[in-house]
Ligand binder design. Structure first.
Ligand SMILES: NC(=O)C1=CN([C@@H]2O[C@H](COP(=O)(O)OP(=O)(O)OC[C@H]3O[C@@H](n4cnc5c(N)ncnc54)[C@H](O)[C@@H]3O)[C@@H](O)[C@H]2O)C=CC1
Ligand code: BAL
Length: 573
């Protein structure tokens, strides 16, 4: 059995962790079908932390069989709500017991600060598991009166084996958001952790024979030609189309330039360790084998296998809008499995001239820089009314310059590294595109330090609506500050996006604030705050930000089938 062992000797946490990292199937850890491994990197240093077994589509089949057996025998309709609640509660208690250790793993693996990991990721994960433990024995249908000779009632039954595909930005939290409602309602799970290596992977590698940067492109991007691609990506496509060394990786389906020995396919950059630590806690809590199965593998192989599996009845996904489309397509072309998607965003944050300015500045900084900007709901477009624009910008600049970037384990640090070389390159690419398009880098815009994946908190001004940095999700500490005239102007600009995940409005006039909040096309609208999430409250997107809702009572609907039972009490044929 492969084990990850690490001794933490940091300012925030001293202690040892040691846990198995294999594929967790039917209550045991094992190697993947091809006996291959994936490297895991510490984003603070860029160095490999450990290697973990890689799952393959064959392992998905094995996991689905284990999950189906568990559903038919020990879970599903065979475990009472009270039993499910008790196990979820035990899991939450174990997480509380190991909260510091989980926070330290999250910090070393993902780069988020120990303090934020503990206060947000771990605390919110525990809150979520407890919240759904509370629901487990309260899930029931209705009786529906039609006539006196009939008894009609509904049952909310578990769906069966569900697939869950999660990303890397909130590893433990996304794990908890997914498993808790599914288990509370009696489903069994095959969960895939780890990001796909990405669409523009491979980072920037200078190919000596041409002196040009080589990138790795996913097939769909290559085939897409220039339509729908921005100029920068397009240029890359054109360069690589003529590269005779281009090869498709058989493991992750990426295109790699085989001429450069330094180019690694499947580059290491993934934070799956807290989810793997959780498999030990799930076992210790006493969940029967097969109820939760966790695989670490690539999106185009394992994620795709889950999305198109004929015996998986539902798939829940968090990640990019591009992959969300693929999952829906795979579900449609296989068994029409039920799909929920939590996708990207480009959330507006609106500051009216009657806002409490100091508060608005603090919240705006939290809105865009929280989790290093790696949040789907990040307030990345900051709209400021013209009368207070200059004052706001001055205060926001000061606030941004005071953000302490550094080692995630150092007390007082606000922002650690981006999660991976890949995301670092992607964000720096956006910063470059903003500069090239003529926007002003008001603050930041550079690498921070010399090792790891640190980026300075960055603010752009003087943007125009068609710029990539204004339209696309950057997923990094990069915000744009935009001036607006009045309500009509800001609503038009704020809603001018394909996304609709979240929005915020700052004003001390409650009528103005609520009227604006109601007109914003977003699944969540915050008034005088940003990035507020709670286990009891639904979260999800309008437009291309997603389908369905996670959290709250709403998420239970994702995991139950409604059955209507008609009982004849006297009608005769
Ligand atoms: N809504 C959110 O919370 C998130 C949004 N994103 C957005 O996506 C961008 C790219 O990040 P990525 O990690 O590349 O996102 P992604 O959407 O490629 O990856 C998310 C998950 O989907 C899986 N996946 C990839 N291809 C798949 C396929 N064909 N079938 C099934 N599963 C597949 C990945 O392995 C990973 O587990 C980010 O820069 C950000 O803009 C990324 C992560 C989370
Ligand atoms: N995807 C869940 C929360 C977030 O990224 O903001």
């Amino acid at each position: 059995m492969v084990t990850f062992t690490h001794e933490f000797k940091t300012d925030s946490f001293q202690g040892k962790t040691s846990f198995p990292t294999g594929l967790f199937i039917d209550g045991e850890w094992r190697e993947g079908g091809d006996k291959t491994t994936i490297d895991v990197v510490n984003p603070t240093t860029g160095k490999v932390l450990t290697s973990i077994p890689e799952a393959t589509p064959k392992d998905v089949d094995i996991a689905v069989k284990a999950a189906q057996k568990a559903f038919d025998t020990v879970w599903g309709l065979n475990a009472s709500g009270a039993q499910r609640a008790e196990l979820l509660m035990k899991l939450a208690q174990l997480m509380e017991k190991h909260a510091d250790e989980l926070s330290a793993i999250e910090a070393i693996d993902n780069g988020k600060t120990f303090t934020w990991a503990k206060n947000v990721d771990i605390a919110f994960s525990i809150q979520t598991i407890k919240y759904y433990a509370g629901w487990a024995d309260k899930i029931s249908g209705q009786t529906i009166e039609t006539d006196e000779k009939k008894l009609i009632y509904t049952r909310h039954e578990p769906i069966g084996v569900v697939g869950q595909i999660i990303p890397w930005n909130f590893p433990l939290l996304m794990f908890s958001w997914k498993i808790a409602p599914a288990l509370a309602t009696g489903n069994t799970i095959v969960l895939k952790h780890i990001e796909r290596v990405a669409r523009l992977v491979g980072s920037r590698v200078v190919r000596p024979h041409m002196g040009l940067p080589a990138f790795v492109l996913a097939p769909e991007r290559r085939r897409a030609g220039s339509k729908g691609l921005n100029r920068w990506e397009c240029a890359v496509v054109v360069r690589l189309q003529y590269c005779s060394f281009l090869r498709e990786c058989t493991r992750c389906a990426q295109w790699v330039c085989a001429s450069d020995a330094r180019m690694r396919c499947c580059p290491p950059n993934l934070p799956p360790l807290t989810a793997l630590r959780m498999t030990s806690l799930i076992k210790e809590a006493g969940f029967p084998p097969g109820v939760v199965n966790v695989l670490v593998g690539y999106g185009p192989t394992v994620g795709q296998a889950i999305s198109e599996h004929m015996d998986i009845q539902k798939v829940a996904f968090t990640g990019s809008t591009l992959v969300g489309r693929k999952i829906m397509a795979a579900a449609a072309s296989s068994n029409l499995k039920n799909v929920t998607l939590e996708l990207g965003g480009k959330s507006p944050n609106i500051i009216f001239d009657d806002a409490d300015l100091e508060q608005a500045v603090n919240w705006a900084a939290h809105g865009i820089f929280w989790n290093h900007g790696q949040a789907c709901c990040a307030g990345s477009r900051i709209f400021v009314q013209e009368g207070i624009y200059d004052k706001f910008l001055q205060m926001f600049t000061e606030r941004t310059k005071n953000i302490n970037v550094g080692d995630p384990f150092s007390p007082g640090v606000d922002q650690g590294p981006q999660v991976s070389q890949l995301q670092y390159d992607r964000i720096m690419g956006y910063i470059e595109s903003g500069k090239k398009d003529g926007a002003t880098v008001h603050v930041g815009g550079n690498r921070h330090g010399t090792e790891g994946y640190f980026i300075e908190p960055t603010i752009f001004t003087n943007t125009t609506p068609e710029m990539k940095i204004v339209k696309e999700e950057i997923f990094g500490p990069v915000g744009v500050v935009i001036k607006f005239k009045d309500e009509a102007d800001v609503l038009r600009q704020a809603n001018d996006t394909v996304y609709g995940l979240a929005a915020a409005v700052f004003s001390q006039n409650i009528n103005r604030a609520l009227e604006t909040a109601h007109k914003l096309q977003a699944g969540t609208a915050w008034v005088n705050c940003v990035n507020q999430l709670h286990a009891n409250v639904p979260f999800g997107g309008f437009k291309q930000s997603g389908i369905g809702r996670e959290l709250g009572e709403y998420a239970l609907h994702n995991y139950t089938n409604v059955k209507a039972v008609h009982v004849n009490l006297g009608h005769r044929m």
